[in-house]
Design a protein around this ligand. Structure first.
Ligand code: FES
Length: 66
């Protein structure tokens, strides 16, 4: 996925922003915990919530790339 691809339309959060937020929590390996931290930082998935699974998938993918 490209870093400028928007994965949360409501909050205009890009894949790159999720990746960036994850770097601030390098110590976390739990997808759900990471999701919560990324959400706090980017406010992704705080609108309609329709992007929830997309964001979880992106986090899981990024986690495997580490
Ligand atoms: S698309 Fe992310 S909250 Fe609606």
């Amino acid at each position: 996925m490209h870093s400028t691809t928007i994965i949360c339309n409501c909050k205009q959060v890009t894949f790159g922003m999720v990746e960036e937020a994850m770097h601030h929590h390098d110590d976390l390996n739990d997808v759900v915990q990471l999701f919560e931290e990324v959400q706090k930082e980017t406010h992704c998935s705080t609108g309609c919530g329709g992007c929830h699974d997309k964001i979880l998938d992106a986090i899981a993918d990024l986690l495997h790339q580490r």
